[in-house]
Design a protein around this ligand. Structure first.
Ligand code: HEC
Length: 160
């Protein structure tokens, strides 16, 4: 191999490696940018789910309500039940709602927490209706002590 030829080969290899290095650098830059500014490259875009609104669903089936309980969800019948079924059951079981008790402020706090961390959307005008429903039917029980015992069959203690 002539010296000139050899030089050309080396040059070409050198060029290829330079290109590769530049490409790697750009990729690394992209990764860093994406880490620092997640929205920068358009990745990690949160898809906004399109859930049905109460208006599009209409009223829940009244036949599903038995003994004051909406059977499919276990929620208590009352004003705002429709809004709660529609807004509070797409992500998790209604049990999470029925097993919790809180004041108005407490429920608003839970809703804010879900909005800030769990992608819960703005409930708009329904929020007041929902919070009123929750604070009415799922209020803290606040029993200081147990109820007085009832229906007890007392017996006479025989002391000899
Ligand atoms: C966008 C989805 C979404 C919607 C809609 C939603 N939640 Fe949640 N919620 C969550 C997630 C996620 C959790 C956490 C579940 C877990 O811990 O397993 C949660 C947890 C909860 C908890 C338990 C909080 C705790 O302290 O453990 C309650 C109570 C609750 N949600 C009530 C509601 C009510 C009331 C509504 C209707 C206004 C609602 N959720 C609507 C996503 C949602």
């Amino acid at each position: 191999m002539h010296y000139e030829e050899f030089k050309n080969v080396v040059k070409r290899i050198y060029l290829m490696f330079s290109l590769l290095a530049v490409m790697l650098f750009i990729m690394a830059l992209g990764v860093v940018c994406n880490m620092l500014y997640p929205s920068f490259l358009g990745f990690n875009k949160e898809s906004t789910p399109t859930y049905e609104t109460p208006e599009s669903l209409g009223v829940i089936d009244r036949n599903d309500i038995k003994n004051g309980i909406h059977q499919p969800t276990g929620l208590v019948e009352g004003e705002g039940l429709e809004q709660v079924v529609v807004s509070c059951t797409p992500c998790h079981s209604a049990k999470l709602v029925t097993q919790n008790r809180a004041t108005k402020e407490g429920w608003v706090g839970i809703i804010r927490w879900m909005q800030e961390t769990q992608n819960l959307w703005d409930l708009g005008a329904n929020e007041t209706i929902i919070v009123d429903y929750l604070a009415t039917h799922y209020a803290p029980e606040n029993k200081g002590r147990r109820d007085v015992l009832s229906n007890i069959e007392w017996y006479n203690l025989d002391v000899k």
